[in-house]
Design a protein around this ligand. Structure first.
Ligand code: ADP
Ligand code: MG
Length: 243
């Protein structure tokens, strides 16, 4: 299978603090990869470098074999290929649910209002939020907000979905409804990169698990390898603390 994303020797520093150290990492088309690891290990920074919310300090990021860090590369076009879901939802609070899922389509993809509405409705139905199209984010629970955020990202019809701890800000009783949507999504064959502390989800849904520690990928493998037979001392310690 071909690599959608290929990362070579990626470095990211803030001042003298080296947050990502010489990361090599590939994601194949259709793969679901979960990234686990302690707080501060660089998981968010890795996702933020991939979607260019952060500028890498060094290394290469290839998207379908094109170097996206090349000055000539169309960054805005690249970004439309990636859907991002954040821990804190990042919905537009002054827009209702439907509008949240339409603005990006119209402003960035140039879709008509009619088309944007049709697409938004399709994905709001998919996440079970089509009954709430007129609600403002503040009227929704955390689980509902996150499902709208997923619908908004899907409405852009991206090639790859990136999730940064999508359930970490939720009350426990709402985690399940979001994971259920993500699990269904994974089964559609879309490429997904998920930073998560939900080990059950990582074990059940991912094709590959990546364990990050202090800015490096300390270990990666199938869920069976990582959860049943971790080879690294750090991986074992981390799993002992979280499971
Ligand atoms: P994780 O998502 O695994 O918890 P992060 O990628 O958020 O880790 O952060 C990794 C390290 O980078 C942490 O030590 C954090 O303090 C530091 N860091 C993240 N963002 C910034 C920033 N904008 N400026 C300075 N340091 C940062
Ligand atoms: Mg993080």
């Amino acid at each position: 299978m071909e690599n959608v994303i290929e990362i070579k020797h990626l470095n990211k520093s803030y001042g003298t603090h080296e947050v990502l150290k010489d990361i090599d990492f590939n994601v194949k088309k259709g793969e679901v990869v979960c990234i686990i690891g302690s707080s501060g290990s660089g998981k968010s920074t890795l996702l933020r470098c991939i979607n260019l919310l952060e500028k890498p300090s060094g290394g290469m990021i290839l998207y379908n074999e094109e170097n996206i860090l090349d000055e000539k590369h169309d960054i805005n076009k690249y970004r439309t290929k990636l859907g991002m879901v954040f821990q804190q939802f990042n919905l537009f609070n002054n827009h209702n649910v439907l509008s949240n899922c339409m603005v990006g389509q119209m402003e960035v993809l140039g879709r008509s209002k009619k088309e944007a509405e049709e697409v938004a409705m399709k994905y709001l139905k998919y996440v079970g939020m089509d009954q709430y199209i007129n609600a403002k984010p503040k009227q929704l629970s955390g689980g509902q907000k996150q499902r709208v955020a997923i619908a908004r990202a899907l409405s852009m019809e991206p090639d790859v979905m990136l999730f940064d701890e999508p359930t970490s800000a939720l009350d426990p009783e709402m985690v399940g409804e979001v994971l259920k949507v993500m699990k269904e999504l994974a089964e559609t064959g879309i490429t997904m990169l998920v930073v998560t502390h939900e080990m059950g989800f990582a074990r059940e849904v991912s094709d590959r698990v990546v364990f990050m520690n202090q800015g490096v990928i300390a270990e990666e493998g199938t869920p069976e390898q990582i959860f049943n037979n971790p080879t690294g001392e750090r991986t074992r310690e981390f799993l002992k603390r979280t499971l």
